[in-house]
Design a protein around this ligand. Sequence first.
Ligand SMILES: [Zn+2]
Length: 389
Amino acid sequence: MEYEIVLQIFSGGFLNDTVLYETVEYKLNSVLPRLPVQKVIMGWSPGKALYEKTADFLAKKNIEFYLWFPVFSETGMIRAQSPLADLWGSVLERAGDHRSEDFSFCCPNDPQNIKNIIDIFEREFAGIPFTGIFLDKIRYPSFAQGQRSVFTCFCPHCQAKYRNENFDSDQLMEALSAPASSPLGISAYRGGGAYSFEDNSISKFFELKAAFIFQGLQGLCQYFRGKGLKIGFDVFAPFLSAFTGQNLPLLSGLCDFMKPMMYRITNAPAGIPFELKALLRETNGPIEKKKRFLYDLLGLDPEKKDIDLAFVVNEVVNLVSSSVCPVYPGIEINRIKNLAEVHPDYVEETVHAYARAGIRSFVLSWDLLNAPGENIDAVSRFFVDNFIL
Ligand SMILES: [Zn+2]
């Protein structure tokens, strides 16, 4: 099996100025001769010229080009999307102004939201010769946005779906207020994001959320396939995915490849330390006790500052065996002060550990334009040392 590198470029959010094509071309020219790159993902700033020129450049080099496109979040910045309602009957307010991403999620069960997502694609990106589309934010909010954001959605569209499934939201409310010995009453973890919970209503609730995300994506994927596009998915690390409505083995049936964000040192949304801290903070019960339980269950060392590399590799290996599409773990390559302090030793040890476990494809995430040369060198050294290029 050949090694494959996927590059990811953040060109800006829907309301940002786009980056210059020349900047992208310069960076790609400095990286492509040194790595076995087969795909480039870029998005999602507006302005077709950047994508058209990049598509032309990549086509000549026989490299696939995917549009990075957010689905259930960000789209609300440019279209009125119906928001999520929580279990206690309040509508989630928009998360406020962030410069490039707003992390406000819309309800996947409102057909108008799905229609708006397609309209945005048609207006901003139709006609550009992409090979595929890389769908991000295919989830509900995580604990990083607070406990009530996770216990969504209970809008009228969702209420109707719960009634069809005989789901009892009063029982869920009771289960959440009962004292639990572990976060959410987790009793077991079987890998690939599959947890058991002491209370049935909690298991049922996360199962239904995953089914709703899957159903929303089914329609969208059918639309994008109809446009002749391949499909990639950006997903949470398996052990965090279950709490956001992502059933990764199920989702693997809809796409051509899946990128779990195995960000071991990112202190921002989707980063493992950031999300794990939020999970412990935003569930009931004493934090230290929950931490001991969860770290023990997952096999994480509570004394280590960073998330164990062996744990992350094991998560990916389990996901590979339960997925029907290829799995390309996302490795941070960019360096952003206080958010992602990524240095060459981190990149190097990560690539080596995956390779030893038989993983041959990686996504260098999430923004090549912010990746220092020495981090690229660290990846390139791996291929030189192993006589691959
Ligand atoms: Zn809803």
